[in-house]
Every structure is written in C-alpha cells, then in structure tokens.
Design a protein around this ligand. Structure first.
Ligand code: SF4
Length: 653
C-alpha cells in the first residue's frame, strides 16, 4: 500500500537518476496545496504527455484554478512520466502520483484527462495502467476514481469510449462544477456506479458512452446509436459558457523549461471565418470576446504573480478580435519599458497584421508567421480561406521592410481536389516571398515552409472526403523536397504515417477502441513523438482487431452517410456543413459570418442564452428576448428543443 510518505521516500532514490527531475517534484510557485482530509472531493487533472508540454495547457490551468477556489474540493496535477521515469516507477512498483501532495492517482475521487489531440490516446491508457486503475471503464467499480475526459479530440469520443466513464463535450468552466456536485450527491446517496453514470448523463454537455450502443450495417459502415436508458440525451449537445469567465492569473511557475514559458491570456473564443478544413473554427462557435480592460488587468496581475516575461494573447484569429488595435495600443502603453515579449498568434494575411505587431514592438527574432494553407487562389477558395497571392506578397513586403528577416509560411497538402500543380504552387509561392525579401533586405532573408498534410476532421464541411494515400503524400512531398532546395528556404513536413494515425483516431468509430488498446499492448505510446512513434504497432493492432485501416482514411463518404460522431452535437447543423461542402466543390466561398449570418445552427440552439447577453459579447446577431423565456441553466433536452425558435438578424443579411 503506497502513501504519499512512502512515495516521497522512494522518489529520493529514483529522482537523481532520471532526466529533468523537476518534472516530478511539484512544489512550484503558485501551486495549490490543500489539506487532503479537509475537503469532500479530490480531483486530479492529468495531461497525458510530459510535464514540459502539459504545463502549457491553458484548459487545465483554468479548471485547476476554478476548482481550487471551492472550499470543498482540492485539485492537483499529474503528467505522463518520460520513459526513464516510467521504467523507474514500474521497477519500484510506485503508482503514478499527483505533484502537489504525492498521493497515488487511484486515491482521487475524479480524474480529469485533457485530450486536445488524438495522439494522446495510448498515453492515457498507459497512465491509467501506471496508476493501477483498470483501463476499461467496465472493469471499474465504486472504489475506483471516476475517469472523465474533455478537449477538442473528444468531439469524436468513440475511439476512447471503452476507457473513459464520461466525456465533457464543449467548454469546461461550468460543467466541471456540475460534475463535482453530482459526484458529491452520489456519494451521499450510497448508490452504485451506475447511479453515478446516469446522474452524470443528465448534465448538459456530458456524454456517458456506456449508456449507448452502436449499430453497424453489414458493409461495416455506421448505422446508428441507440441510447440504453431514457435519461441519456440524444444528441449530446456541447456545453458553452455565455460569457468568458475572468481569466486565471496565478499561473504555476515551473522550475524547468516548458514549451511555452509565458502567460497565456485568451482574448476571444470561436472564429467566424469558416475555413472548411478547420475543426476548431466549427466546434468553438459562437465567437465571444473578452473586454480590453479585462485583458489588460489580467496581464498586469499575472505579471505580478508569476514574473514571466512573455505574454501570449491567444485566439483562433487574433486580427478578428473587434478591438484588436485598441488592445495592442493599451498593452504597449501600459507595459512600456518592461521588456515584455508579447505574441499575437493567428494573424490574418494583410498589412494591418504587420502594423499590429509593430505597435507591440515584439521581438523580430522568431519570425513572422502567415498561414495561407494553400498556394493557389483556386485552392484557397475551395478551403474557404480566400486571400489573393498579391495580398500575400504585399504582406510579405510589409513584414520584411519592418525589420523581420524570417517569414514562416504554413501550408497543407492533401486538400480536396488538389492537383500536383497546386503543390508546385507552394514551391513557387515560397520562392516569390523569398524574392520579395531579397529585394528589400538582401541575403539575410529566410523563408520557413511548414507543410503538413490535411486530415478531414469530424464536424467540418470536409468530413465526407478521403485522406490522401501514403503514395499520394509521398509523391507531393518528394516534389516539394526536390524543388525547394534554396539555402534560404527551410522546409519541414509531416511523415505520412503520422497523418494516417491522426486520421484513424479522429475519424474512427467505437471499434477503434480495440485498436487503441492493442496498439498500447504492442508498445505504442508517446505517438506524437517522432522517436517513439511505433507505426508497426498500429498496423499489428488493426490486424488483431480485424479491421482495415483504409476503411477509416481512404473512403469517400456518401453524402447521406451517418457518421459515428453524429450523436455529439456541436450545434452546427449537418445541413449547413453539407451545403458548405457542396459549395466548395462548386468553388463557392462564404464570407465572414459576422458580416452575414449563414444560420449554421448556433443561434437556434443557444437563442435563449444570446437573448440574455445582448450587444457585443457575442459576434452572432442579436436575438429578441421572448416574454415566455425564463432565465437560468438549460438542460440538454431544452437546448435541443430550442432549435425552432426565431432569430432576429440585426446585421446585414
Ligand atoms: S449563427 Fe450565424 S453568425 Fe453565429 S456562428 Fe453561426 S453563421 Fe456565424
């Protein structure tokens, strides 16, 4: 039996022999340590990759801050141990533990796992195993922690359905408290685990997979999902918060370097641009902005409480934040002379973006990032990111002429209807940008071209299309490698096998759970790490599960096919996605939906919420309040039933 004391004494032996022991000790400035006995509920938040990466996850920082504000709850942290630490833990039979108080994870009431991307799945299984918790949900009982998971990848939760008790679909700030409340009520009730699961299923935004059964057609395609108890909602509608709560400011300050040593402040959630490949843009609607004053105050307070010297002003499309100029001016005025590095990622391709960065007077060393995603205007229309090549070159000129020497260009290959000419255009565009730079600043100029491969993600207008095959990807990549040989152009790309893994896991159905399990058994873990990615383990896992990998990746879906993720509702209607997909085939684009609402489905679903928060808070049109509407929290059924309410458009169109 391990206690925090026995773990502490064993760590003294093993920490001196592992890399970066600072990953495993906790004790950082701003961590929250509460008395274990004095709270009702103990929650461990887990990021299934190493500390260096997980510490930069803003979602977990928000939830850690929120739950630790409750007197009756403590929240602690755990991360995946690197392989040397895992070997040491296993050899000494030390269970995985929390950093704050060194309690074994199995002693917590609730374990909340962050799954922002699919390549964390095998690590999740490994963490449960290291914690001594049964990996499959069906093998856990009242004495085991409740395992919940949330994050963008859980918008298709099915490949992980066998391992997670309940998924949070959508935003976590409110639902995490509802889950803790339901857990506490269940503990008092003394009922069995199934009682807990059915009470969780009644919470808006919670999906309990064991309460549903999937059915398939004889050809292997997905038929439908059946709910097994009346209380289980169908569909499960995502949870959102009407207004972004105040941002956390007491960030934990690590002892060791992490991927982002900076204060992350979210300035806006959601995106109105409608890029067809972008899952985040579809699932995080509607756009909600934070007031400028709140952001500036949050930066001020975070600087006082952490000592960080870099701020990240985060959003999916920073240039679209309504008061962006006012914000950058306020930030540069207020923090002038403090030598802060301020990053403003995800800027649009326009000279205004360069002017914004100029106001911030940020470092020129890291380069200026532009993400055209495709190199021909035809292709950019197909993906609905219309920007002209001339506009891109003009932006490049503005960047080089203001002192940057490096431009990073992000592209994707494998978009629908892409030809080799579109790939050749990536080469031509990189060379054209380089030529502009040479004219302005000479030989110091640098272009970094990052070319990833498109994966058609669930809940996007491209969810019907197949992925490129390995042969197609290799052909396109060899063209890029052959043609982009200039010493001032640095090309990076994604290995085709990495793309296939992402596609299998993001597009999979419930049968993929067996593949994930078998792959982990065959040794797969740290799948996002080049040096660990074990492709053959995944191929063996498909064989063991008697499934064909190409069925998930290379099959064009019929337009009326039911997807295995369709019972998870982002509130963006399938009809909207279908029309947008068909529009892409005709080369039609859709403008920013702040200029014209395309009735994607968000407003009918959340009409009540919008009517209670009129004005600029949301970027969707206002909705007339209805006398009959009451205020308060709505159940999932009420949210679904809201689909027919009328909306009043106050913007053009
Ligand atoms: S409801 Fe209209 S404005 Fe709001 S996200 Fe959907 S299309 Fe855009």
């Amino acid at each position: 039996m391990h206690t925090s004391e026995t773990i502490r004494s064993q760590l003294e032996e093993i920490l001196p022999v592992v890399q970066k022991p600072g990953r495993y000790t906790g004790g950082e400035f701003n961590q929250v340590v509460k008395d274990w006995q004095s709270v009702q509920t103990r929650v461990a938040f887990v990021f299934p990759d190493i500390y260096d990466i997980g510490m930069s996850n803003l979602g977990l920082a928000i939830l850690y801050d929120l739950l630790n504000k409750r007197q009756d709850v403590l929240a602690e942290r755990a991360y995946a141990p690197w392989t040397d630490m895992e070997a040491a833990l296993r050899s000494k039979e030390i269970p995985l533990y929390s950093l704050e108080t060194l309690h074994p994870l199995a002693e917590f009431d609730i374990i909340g796992i962050s799954l922002p991307y699919e390549t964390l799945y095998t690590n999740t299984l490994n963490i449960l195993d290291l914690a001594g918790i049964p990996i499959r949900a069906k093998d856990r009982n009242e004495h085991h922690p409740l395992i919940i998971a949330g994050g963008h990848s859980t918008y298709n939760p099915e490949p992980m359905h066998a391992f997670i008790d309940a998924f949070v679909i959508g935003e976590g700030e409110e639902v995490i408290n509802d889950i803790v409340d339901a857990y506490q009520a269940w503990r008092k009730s003394g009922s069995d685990r199934s009682g807990l699961l059915s009470s969780l299923a009644r919470i808006w935004g919670v999906y309990v997979p064991s309460l549903y059964e999937a059915h398939y057609f004889p050809d292997g395609t997905f038929a439908h999902i059946e709910k097994l108890i009346a209380e289980a909602p169908l569909p499960v509608v995502k949870r959102i918060v009407p207004v972004l709560p105040p941002p956390p400011t007491h960030f934990i300050v690590p002892y060791i370097d992490t991927i982002h040593n900076r204060i992350p402040i979210e300035i806006m959630r959601g995106c109105t641009r409608g890029c067809r490949f972008c899952q985040a843009g579809m699932i995080t609607r509607p756009v909600r902005e934070r007031p400028v004053e709140e952001i500036v105050e949050a930066i001020d307070e975070s600087l006082k409480y952490t000592g960080f010297e870099e701020i990240g002003l985060l959003s999916l499309s920073s240039s679209d934040y309504t008061h962006i100029l006012e914000l950058v001016k306020a930030v540069s005025r207020r923090f002038a002379g403090k030598h802060l590095g301020i990053s403003l990622p995800s800027l649009r391709i326009e000279t205004f973006s360069v002017e914004l960065m100029d106001v911030l007077k940020g470092s020129r060393h890291g380069g200026f990032t532009l993400a055209p995603e495709a190199a021909t205007e035809r292709m950019r229309e197909i993906i609905n990111k219309p920007v002209s090549t001339e506009q891109l070159l003009e932006t490049a000129r503005a960047i080089y002429s203001r002192g940057w020497t490096t431009i990073k260009l992000y592209f994707m290959i494998g978009h629908p209807a892409e030809t080799l000419e579109d790939v050749q255009a990536i080469v031509d565009l990189c060379k054209a940008v380089l030529a502009e730079g040479r004219k302005l600043i000479g030989r110091r100029v640098q272009v970094n071209a990052g070319v990833s491969t498109f994966v058609p993600k669930p809940h996007t207008p491209f969810q019907w299309v197949p992925c490129d095959s390995v042969e197609q990807i290799e052909l396109k990549q060899s063209l890029l490698k052959r043609e982009l040989r200039d010493r001032n152009i640095h090309l990076t790309w994604t290995k085709p096998e990495d793309t296939l893994l992402e596609a299998w896991l993001s597009r999979g159905d419930r049968r993929l759970a067996e593949v994930v399990y078998q792959a982990w058994k065959f040794g797969a873990k740290f799948d996002a790490w080049q040096e660990h990615f074990n492709y053959s383990a995944w191929l063996k896992a498909f064989e063991a599960a008697n499934l064909e990998p190409g069925f998930y990746t290379h099959r064009q879906r019929l337009i009326d096919e039911t997807f295995p993720w369709e019972h998870i509702s982002t509130s963006v209607r399938k009809k909207f996605l279908t029309e947008d997909y068909l529009g892409s085939l005709r080369g039609q684009t859709r403008i920013d939906c702040r200029e014209r609402c395309f009735a994607c489905g968000i407003l009918p679903t959340f009409a009540e919420m919008r009517s209670q928060h009129p004005g600029e808070v949301w970027q969707c049109p206002e909705v007339k309040p209805k006398a009959s509407r009451r205020t308060g929290i709505f159940t999932a059924d009420e949210i679904v039933a809201n689909s027919e309410v009328s909306i009043q458009l106050t913007k053009s169109g």
